[in-house]
Design a protein around this ligand. Structure first.
Ligand SMILES: [Zn+2]
Length: 200
């Protein structure tokens, strides 16, 4: 990794790294947002924000950038001139099923217009279809979620776990899973106990 990323002409206010760890986005008083390739040190894209940039960050899938400028504006960017993360990164989430009554563990059905799904789900970024992630991904993701709930960071090595690379069961496209899941189980007592564990 290069020691210096050269390009900004005034102080840099914000630097964040993409979810796959391969890029950084920086924002500066020089009115620009820059996207960097952390492997080569190359500046991949420059966006002129029209005012000093106070903060800049990637979206969770790395495909978008959001930045805030000193004139009170928010800018949402979809860079087209740098290659997408390969394979694309996805996260297992617990979905909310609209219009489905909540069934309690004792069999009581509550008149609630929706319920949490019993399973964690992913959406393939190649074909758009939903699927349940493979068991190793769920196990790693549940552990990662516990770490994050405690307010701790996952180590870089967690993101490099080869078990997080798996193809879509629908189209076979290569995917990479985040080493954490987004799960409402801890905050929603209506989720039955059996749904709180990953499917084994
Ligand atoms: Zn697919």
């Amino acid at each position: 990794m290069p020691a210096h990323l050269e390009g900004h002409s005034l102080p840099v206010n914000s630097v964040t790294v993409s979810p796959d760890g391969r890029r950084a986005v920086s924002g500066s008083y020089d009115d620009t947002v820059r996207v960097w390739d952390l492997e080569t040190g190359q500046c991949l894209a420059v966006y002129h924000a029209g005012a000093g940039v106070n903060s800049a960050a990637f979206s969770s899938d790395g495909s978008r950038i959001v930045c805030g400028t000193s004139d009170g504006q928010m800018h949402f960017l979809a860079p087209v001139n740098f290659p997408p993360s390969s394979p694309p990164i996805i996260t297992a989430v617990r979905l909310w099923r609209f219009g489905e009554a909540t069934k309690q563990p004792d069999g009581t059905v509550l008149p609630v217009p929706g319920r949490r799904d019993d399973h964690l789900t992913c959406r393939c970024l190649h074909c758009g279809k939903l699927f349940e992630p493979p068991e190793p991904v769920l196990a790693i993701g549940m552990e990662g979620a516990q770490v994050i709930r405690k307010g701790l960071w996952l180590p870089e090595s967690a993101y490099a776990d080869p078990r997080l690379l798996a193809p879509c069961p629908h189209c076979g496209g290569a995917l990479k899973f985040n080493p954490f899941v987004v799960d409402a189980q801890a905050s929603d007592p209506r989720i039955p106990k059996r749904a709180r564990e990953p499917t084994r």
